[in-house]
Ligand binder design. Structure first.
Ligand SMILES: Cc1cc2nc3c(=O)[nH]c(=O)nc-3n(C[C@H](O)[C@H](O)[C@H](O)COP(=O)(O)OP(=O)(O)OC[C@H]3O[C@@H](n4cnc5c(N)ncnc54)[C@H](O)[C@@H]3O)c2cc1C
Length: 324
């Protein structure tokens, strides 16, 4: 499709009932790294019917459609996205708790979910209290901390598939494994998630959450724009060579800088934006870290962070800058 044809199609689309539309939306304003060029069209739907309508049209015309939440695990390209960015947030933020069941819409803020579970005396979500994303992004990434994953508590996920149809997936169909789920790359838009949490002691859950938040404040460079852990820490890797942060620190790479991107002095598995960092700066820095680690300990670090290409593909960031 030519640029002119795509632009006219997007203009037509924005006149339909699909949600709040912003043309040439600067993606740096929609992610925690504060990096990224413009999206042709950013759409914030307010209900499921709007998502279905948008997905059908995008599918019919083969228009790229990138789904995002808080952008806390994403590196957008400097060229932005030539297509649609679909953002789920405040309009999908309802949460309902009945007994041990939690039904959360995809735009629910993860720390808010953890706090509400605590108030209801439900355990198991202590480890997510400091994760600055949405439930949709968390489930897609099978995120968590202290080697736990949200997928352990998921019963069912409801999504809108690329053809605009609603699908319900059981936890088994989601095929969760460490920081991975079958939802990745499926093109589905997660709209609600059902969790089952065991009952626990409210005060004990609260203590565990406060301890987690204290540890994060102490260890993580939270004052500078970042994207959390850049490199994936697998159990096998942990056992044989240690966590990525320690490996990178042991190579003396803390403080290594490319343009505005810097390996955090506080935690070596974080890359911080010191001001004006570009996506190319970050990718060059990722390549330098991976090359050094491979040379010295013979291990290839994989990225947890995802890179969004101008064509709207979402790939682990190291796929965008493979080592020779
Ligand atoms: C300071 C900091 C600390 C962090 N700590 C942790 C941690 O301890 N553990 C951890 O796992 N992560 C951590 N992260 C990473 C990140 O917060 C999580 O991966 C988070 O769950 C991503 O949610 P999001 O809404 O920001 O998703 P985004 O970054 O917007 O998207 C991530 C992926 O999910 C997809 N996606 C988002 N919403 C939907 C949806 N509704 N339907 C379908 N696909 C969707 C996107 O397409 C993309 O592939 C941290 C990040 C920061 C900045």
């Amino acid at each position: 499709m030519t640029n002119a044809a795509r632009r006219s199609l997007l203009a037509e689309l924005s006149r339909l009932d699909v949600g709040l539309c912003t043309f040439a939306a600067p993606l740096r304003d929609y992610c925690t790294w504060r990096i990224g060029g413009p999206a042709d069209l950013l759409v914030e739907p307010q209900n499921i019917a709007q998502i279905q309508r948008l997905r059908r049209i995008a599918h019919q015309h083969d228009l790229p459609c990138v789904v995002i939440g808080q952008g806390s695990n994403l590196l957008f390209s400097d060229a932005g996205v030539r297509g649609i960015v679909l953002r789920l947030g405040q309009h999908f933020a309802r949460l309902h708790i009945a007994g041990e069941r939690i039904n959360a819409e995809a735009g629910v803020w993860v720390p808010g979910l953890a706090r509400q579970a605590q108030q209801a005396g439900l355990a198991g979500l202590e480890h997510i209290v400091g994760i600055p994303g949405t439930v949709g992004g968390l489930v897609l990434m099978n995120g968590g901390s202290h080697r736990q994953c949200i997928g352990d508590l998921v019963e069912r996920v409801t999504l809108v598939d690329p053809e605009g149809e609603i699908q319900e997936l059981s936890a088994t169909a989601c095929n969760f494994s460490y920081r991975h789920s079958a939802l990745q790359g499926s093109g589905g838009v997660v709209v609600t998630v059902e969790l089952t949490c065991p009952r626990g002691d409210q005060a004990e859950i609260r203590r565990a959450m406060l301890a987690d938040l204290r540890e994060r404040r102490r260890k993580f460079p939270l004052r500078l724009p970042n994207c959390g852990s850049v490199f994936l820490s697998s159990a096998a890797m942990h056992a044989s060579v240690g966590p990525p942060g320690r490996i990178i620190e042991e190579q003396g790479l803390k403080g290594l800088r490319v343009g505005g991107a810097e390996v955090s002095l506080r935690h070596a598995n974080f890359i911080v934006n010191r001001g004006g960092a570009s996506a190319d700066d970050v990718l060059t820095l990722i390549t330098a870290i991976r090359a050094e680690v491979r040379k010295t300990i013979g291990f290839e670090l994989d990225c947890e962070v995802r890179y969004v290409t101008p064509e709207g593909k979402i790939v682990p960031a190291h796929h965008a800058c493979p080592l020779p």
